[in-house]
Write a protein that binds this ligand. Structure first.
Ligand code: IPE
Ligand code: IPE
Ligand code: MG
Length: 240
């Protein structure tokens, strides 16, 4: 049977190096990366894949220069207020994971606007992780669960690994396929809970150079994987 592909996630890495290789400022890489993301989101929606989660800005990215952080925040505003109109037309629903506290008011306003504008859309869900850290998200989830407990909305025995997802920033299904561009083989505090059984593809392509064609190849490969989830593959079962 064909593997189920409901949720793709992308760690969009390599924007800075893409620009520096061309003698441009790192910011130009982020700008090109934003266009790449738009194309990928539309393509994934066209493929009828229900969820796409992308790592746009980690909580730890605040360690970067003020100039780079300011550029990124202004780019996000431009994306959510104007550039992403195409996503809206395609029926994509935009949601955010991460901590809105600690983000500028104008950034939060643009996030709230696009969330509101797209909330009734029926296309795929684009989950943008912004000021996001996975350990922080798990702590927020634990706090939400604790609140439900003290308000008697849930009992201590009700919680399990499947329904704990509802306490996350968004109630999304587990990730089936993760792609990290840019050559690094690490997760950098991205969706650790949701990635438990994901198939992971680390590729050297820098994010601005990532294309829908390259994505299609990875998806073809994903379908060939024997996803055992701790069990035994169907083929081997018949031999025992
Ligand atoms: C990823 O690209 C985008 C963000 C972290 C915002 P980088 O900016 O990390 O690019 P590299 O890894 O330095 O090339
Ligand atoms: C992860 O990339 C964050 C995003 C892609 C937004 P980083 O470039 O911040 O990760 P490290 O520092 O290489 O681990
Ligand atoms: Mg990087």
């Amino acid at each position: 049977m064909k593997n189920n592909l409901k949720h793709i996630a992308i760690i969009m890495d390599g924007n800075g190096r893409w620009a520096q290789k061309r003698g441009m400022s790192r910011s130009m890489g982020h700008k090109k990366g934003a266009s790449t993301l738009e194309k990928l989101a539309v393509h994934i929606n066209d493929l009828n894949i229900e969820y796409l989660s992308v790592y746009a800005f980690s909580t730890d990215n605040f360690k970067r220069s003020k100039e780079e952080v300011d550029y990124l925040m202004n780019l996000f505003i431009e994306m959510f207020n104007k550039k992403f109109k195409k996503l809206q037309l395609k029926g994509i629903k935009v949601v955010f994971s991460g901590d809105k506290n600690g983000l500028r008011d104008d950034v939060v306003n643009s996030m709230d606007n696009i969330t509101k504008e797209t909330e009734n859309n029926n296309g795929s869900v684009l989950n943008i992780c912004l000021n996001y850290g996975s350990q922080e998200e798990i702590i927020r989830a634990a706090n939400r669960y604790h609140n439900d407990l003290i308000n008697n909305k849930v009992s201590i025995n009700d919680i399990n690994r499947d329904n704990f997802y509802k306490y996350m920033d968004n109630d999304l299904p587990p990730i089936d396929l993760l792609i990290r561009t840019g050559g690094e083989k690490r997760l950098s505090n991205f969706m650790l809970y949701q990635l438990t059984y994901a198939e992971i593809f680390f590729i050297d392509t820098l994010f601005p150079d990532f294309t829908t064609k390259k994505l299609d190849k990875i998806i073809d490969n994903f379908y060939l994987k024997d996803r055992r989830f701790g069990g035994i593959s169907n083929e081997k079962k018949t031999n025992s």
